[in-house]
Design a protein around this ligand. Structure first.
Ligand code: HEC
Ligand code: HEC
Length: 269
């Protein structure tokens, strides 16, 4: 999918900071809620979706589910649980909001754990087919539309060990987060950008600091902070997340595609 198309979307449809938060190594989840959620999940959901939420005989993988990845505090998951999808084999569960929030916390923790595992797994992860990975890179994966093995990715295999390299394309922002924690500041290439256009036509562009229905704030390249009150479509706000494509792809890769890509990228010495 062309990233430009995504970037043009109205911010209300896609609040950017959330997208970035999902894969940061601070899950921010309440451990007690995760534990309560685990109990409810095990008794109501594991039967179909599997004990690890990786999918079972009669329910899909919830860890790679867009519904779960897009969920915030149970809003999307709650809609599925409360209404079910009776025609598809998912019954409805009239659970109270608190239990739905707990299940959501549990599922978000699972997503987070899965992401961590794929990053820090110690076994040899270079088991894929490099040729198939190269074909995917230039073809279906559309990686070549933004990257080049002779350009920005040149020598990438010398820069990272294989597990880190794999995590870099699965979750490029995590590195930015680590850099931020280590005091180097976030990587500007991974930051969400926002442009606010006032009715006068005056534009402000910079790093997105925060956005909600009532306010948007940004810091310009010169370091100036600006905050604007929002009222519906006014002022116009355009949010661009350079990693949106990466986030979208995370839910689409098959395990084989990931293994093949890693096998290919480790050849870029
Ligand atoms: C009887 C089996 C069954 C049980 C029990 C069940 N589900 Fe499902 N669930 C399904 C099926 C089948 C689908 C796929 C429906 C579809 O294809 O749209 C599904 C879909 C979902 C989805 C949407 C996935 C997506 O990506 O669209 C979520 C979220 C979900 N279930 C959560 C839960 C939770 C939470 C529970 C426990 C409270 C639960 N399910 C219990 C069978 C089940
Ligand atoms: C729409 C543009 C776009 C597409 C498509 C895209 N990426 Fe990226 N990618 C980025 C941006 C932006 C970054 C973050 C800046 C950077 O690290 O270069 C990034 C970062 C990376 C990094 C980390 C680079 C580093 O030095 O740490 C890897 C590896 C990577 N992408 C691989 C891939 C692979 C593999 C695909 C295809 C499956 C892909 N990318 C598709 C834009 C894209």
């Amino acid at each position: 999918m062309a990233a430009g198309a995504m970037w043009g979307q109205a911010p209300a449809a896609r609040p950017a900071p959330r997208a970035g938060m999902r894969f940061r190594p601070v899950s921010g989840l309440d451990a007690a809620a995760v534990e309560r959620g685990r109990t409810v999940y095990e008794s109501h959901c594991a039967f179909c979706h599997g004990a690890n939420a990786k999918g079972g005989e009669s329910g899909p993988d919830l860890i790679r589910s867009v519904t779960v990845l897009d969920d915030e505090k149970g809003d999307k998951i709650g809609a599925v649980v409360l209404n079910g999808r009776p025609d598809k084999g998912m019954p409805k569960f009239p659970l109270p909001p608190a239990q739905i929030a707990d299940i959501a916390a549990f599922l978000h923790q699972k997503v987070f754990d899965a992401a961590q595992r794929s990053t820090y797994q110690v076994h040899n992860i270079v088991t894929g087919d490099a040729k198939a990975g190269e074909a995917y890179f230039n073809g279906a994966g559309k990686c070549a539309s933004c990257h080049s093995p002779a350009g920005d990715l040149r020598g990438i295999a010398a820069k990272y060990d294989p597990p880190t390299l794999e995590s870099r394309f699965l979750m490029p922002r995590v590195g930015g987060f680590e850099a931020m924690m280590s005091g180097q500041g976030p990587d500007p290439r991974t930051q969400t950008k926002v442009t606010v256009t006032l009715e006068s036509g005056q534009k402000f562009t910079g790093r997105l600091d925060s956005i909600d229905d009532f306010n948007v704030s940004l810091t310009t390249a010169e370091g100036e902070y600006h905050s604007f009150a929002r009222d519906g479509d006014r002022p116009k706000v355009l949010v661009e997340d350079p990693l949106q494509t990466h986030l979208d792809m995370l839910t689409r890769y098959t395990d084989t595609e990931i293994r093949n890509l890693t096998a290919y990228l480790v050849t870029l010495k």
